[in-house]
Design a protein around this ligand. Structure first.
Ligand SMILES: *Cc1c(COP(=O)(O)O)cnc(C)c1O
Length: 393
């Protein structure tokens, strides 16, 4: 790389960052994309360098390769983080930081509208380890100070909430958590760093299921945790104690996905909002849960903190579980299946039986939609077929 003139502006915009990232092609013969490095052993030229391998940029496959480093560096730039770890799933990106900052006897506060497998880990492994887990209202804001105890070591946030899309006052929760000496972590999968940068709002660790929008094509599983200066060393140390890192081909697919994530999200956003508005006008829909709709209870909180909305939202169908089945069975463009963030639209019934506080819509059956990249008219016609099947009884 030429050392005299920087290649990108000093403060590049988000789309320039997504397109280029910090990777320098001239470190790899000018090839535009990072090489996919498959490897365990790293050779050292001398016994002295072998002995001092901790100072080498790479020393063993598990501790990172040029491919994983390229993704870590790009995610750190996007999140405004000191460092990032990549792990084999989004769920691992939740469990590794929880294990890094919790010990027996600690108290952990978790938002009630959390992604269900996160709750399962907290109620299972964390409780078995002797951690006291307590769930709090996503609307608690600074009131979380009243739940803080001397042994509260972690406050876990997710915004918007899984399936019910509550928006939290992130800065207020983090300020109270920090005043009580706890580390804060937020699952940022829905917004991606394009629409929300948790570390700018006082969060210590930002968690992503890279499986979703960064991968973007329903063909990989990966996760990441981006950390600030006070938490990164302990996070990295725990990752290495547990022994998980990104696999080379999946890491490469995420790097590739990031290059188009900006334009994909623009379309996910506009298509999802168009369909949410259309759904809101229907008599057979009781409520639409989409943070960008002015009717959404937390709309103002969303506007104040987020730069946009992605393609995942919910609506309450006027009908029971059997009507939901008829609705889903009539869909042809929407697939019935879990995960989201890919190119294709998906629909699933949303299960809220685990909730103790954030119970979701009072009436109807909640259906979650992931709006993909198809033509909006086709998606709308597909949903119309679903409603027609419900009406036909
Ligand atoms: C999907 C998801 C995860 C887990 O990601 P996987 O890669 O499927 O393990 C974590 N958090 C949220 C909010 C998710 O939607």
């Amino acid at each position: 790389m030429s050392t005299s003139t920087p290649k990108t502006p000093v403060q590049p915009g988000i789309h320039t960052q997504l397109t280029h990232g910090p990777f320098d092609p001239h470190t790899q013969h000018g090839f535009v994309n990072p090489a996919v490095m498959h490897g365990s052993t790293v050779l050292f030229p001398t016994a002295r360098e072998l002995k001092n391998r901790a100072r080498a940029p790479f020393s063993y496959g598990l501790s990172g390769t040029p491919t994983t480093k390229a993704l870590e560096d790009q995610l750190s730039e996007l999140e405004g983080a000191t460092g990032t770890i990549v792990v084999p799933s989004g769920l691992a990106a939740v469990t590794v930081p929880l294990l890094a900052f919790l010990s027996a006897g600690d108290h952990c506060l978790v938002v009630d509208s959390v992604y269900f497998p996160t709750r399962r880990f907290c109620d299972g492994t964390l409780r078995r380890m002797g951690v006291d887990v307590e769930y709090y209202d996503p609307h608690i804001g600074g009131g979380i100070a009243e739940l803080m105890r001397p042994e509260t070591k972690v406050v876990f946030l997710e915004a918007p909430g899984s399936n019910t899309f509550e928006i939290m006052d992130v800065a207020a929760v983090c300020a109270a958590a920090h005043a009580g000496g706890a580390v804060t972590m937020l699952d940022n999968t829905w917004a991606t760093p394009i629409f929300f940068r948790p570390l700018d709002h006082g969060v210590d660790l930002s968690i992503h299921a890279l499986t979703k929008y960064p991968g973007g094509h329903s063909d990989l599983m990966m996760g990441s945790v981006s950390a600030n200066a006070t938490t990164f060393a302990q996070l990295r140390d725990t990752q290495m104690q547990i022994g998980v890192n990104g696999a080379p081909d999946d890491t490469y697919l995420v790097l590739r996905g990031l290059k188009t994530m900006g334009i994909r999200l623009e379309r996910h956003q506009s298509s999802a909002l168009a369909l949410a508005e259309w759904l809101e006008g229907r008599d057979d829909v009781l409520q639409v849960l989409h943070p960008a709709l002015p009717s959404f209870p937390d709309h103002a909180l969303w506007r104040r903190q987020f730069k946009g909305a992605s393609g995942l939202f919910g609506f309450a169908l006027d009908g029971n579980a059997e009507a939901t089945e008829r609705f889903l069975d009539a869909l042809n463009v929407f697939g019935l299946g879990y995960s989201w963030g890919g190119h294709e639209s998906l629909a699933v019934p949303a299960a809220l039986a685990d909730r103790t506080i954030a119970r979701g819509p009072a009436a109807g059956s909640l259906i979650r939609l992931q709006i993909g990249l198809e033509d909006v008219a086709d998606l709308q016609a597909d949903l119309e077929a679903g409603f027609a099947a419900v009406a036909a009884g």
